[in-house]
Design a protein around this ligand. Structure first.
Ligand SMILES: [Co+2]
Length: 363
């Protein structure tokens, strides 16, 4: 489960987006201009043949751009317009047996602050953490098997809830800052923190299921985006690239590496496909506390700080096909892309080692 990076206010990243896109277009506009300005001095040394080649290169580029624009416009018209996501009915909170230990925040509906201490579980803690993470991964895998048209997100929540309490664990999202359900289910343009409800999954939907369990005093946190029925090629590509971004982010991790490398590597890969990397929601330290420092930024950033052996945290990039701006429903959780474009997310809990990072949320 992602946390909102509180230090990143919406207007800040809004401005970042604008300046980035204007920088891009300036760059594109500048190249022909630079060429014509330099030509008075340069022309003399260029043969006619060279000029023809250059001219061909430019017209070739223009032609390629024209074809690209045409393809894009055709691509957009071909895509089935899907109705915007609407909230369904949310069923009452499911009970948890009294003998299952609950995390401290369950007693209050106030959203806990992000704990400032980094989490180093130590050798005994790591063993407990491995068990929690493995359970989260197994529950997620089984939840994914339920994804098909007509299944409601509420049914997925019920199944996840049951699997977790059957294992003697507590579903961490339930009661976290008043979150009413045991798992987050985020469909299509929902970036994250979708609340399971009576909406039936549709053929062609994508759905992120975000599972966190609390077992023996430790949280394990993981999510994946699943395909429901026949999903369009463009949405499938978004999902695949988002998973690759998570893998690449993990691949740079090891003792001594600066945290900002994660955002650099993820952004590099996402940009190749023209996808946006959401800045509002970030990864986090995880262990006995659900959400703590370090906050893991998935976009390019210049934050200081380096990874230390024995540390546990999540990486959980959200990629969008369009805007990275978001809107949150009055339920204070469900967060959608501002322009309604689809979003995908993948998440693992990892342990920093001397030589790399170990993914704990595997089964
Ligand atoms: Co998380």
């Amino acid at each position: 489960m992602a946390v909102a990076g509180l230090q990143l206010s919406a207007p800040t990243y809004g401005r970042g987006q604008v300046s980035l896109s204007s920088a891009k277009s300036t760059l594109f506009m500048a190249s022909p201009l630079t060429f014509s300005l330099s030509s008075p001095s340069g022309t003399a040394s260029l043969s006619r043949k060279q000029l023809v080649v250059l001219a061909r290169k430019f017209s070739g580029l223009e032609e390629a751009m024209r074809i690209k624009r045409l393809r894009e416009s055709q691509g957009t018209t071909k895509v089935k317009r899907r109705p915007p996501l609407r909230r369904g009915r949310v069923s009452p909170k499911l009970p948890v047996p009294d003998d299952i230990p609950k995390p401290p925040y369950v007693a209050t509906s106030i959203l806990p602050e992000i704990a400032s201490e980094y989490q180093f579980p130590g050798s005994e803690g790591i063993a407990a953490m491995r068990a929690a993470c493995e359970l989260a991964a197994r529950v997620l895998e089984n939840a994914g098997k339920l994804v098909r048209p007509s299944v409601t997100t509420n049914e997925i929540d019920k199944a996840v809830h049951q699997m977790i309490i059957d294992a003697g664990a507590y579903p961490s999202p339930l009661g976290y800052g008043g979150f009413p359900k045991s798992v987050c289910t985020s469909v299509n343009e929902c970036m994250c923190h979708g609340i399971p409800d009576s909406r039936q999954l549709q053929d062609g939907d994508i759905i992120n299921i975000d599972v966190t369990v609390y077992l023996n005093g430790y949280h394990g946190d993981t999510s994946k985006t699943f395909l429901c029925g026949e999903v369009s090629d463009r949405m499938q590509r978004l999902v695949k690239v988002t998973e690759e971004c998570l893998e690449r982010g993990i691949a740079v991790c090891k003792d001594g590496t600066s945290f900002k490398k994660i955002g650099k590597r993820i952004s590099e890969h996402a940009e190749k496909f023209g996808y946006g990397v959401v800045e509002r929601f970030v990864g986090h330290g995880v262990g006995t506390v659900f959400h703590s420092e370090p906050l893991i930024l998935h976009h390019r950033n210049d934050e200081s700080g380096s990874m230390v052996e024995g540390q546990t945290f999540t990486i959980e990039p959200i990629l969008t096909m369009g805007s990275i701006d978001c809107v949150t429903w009055p339920d204070n959780w469900t967060t959608l892309t501002a322009d309604g474009s689809p979003a995908a997310q993948f998440e693992h809990t990892i342990l920093i080692t001397r030589t790399g990072a170990e993914i704990l949320t595997i089964c």
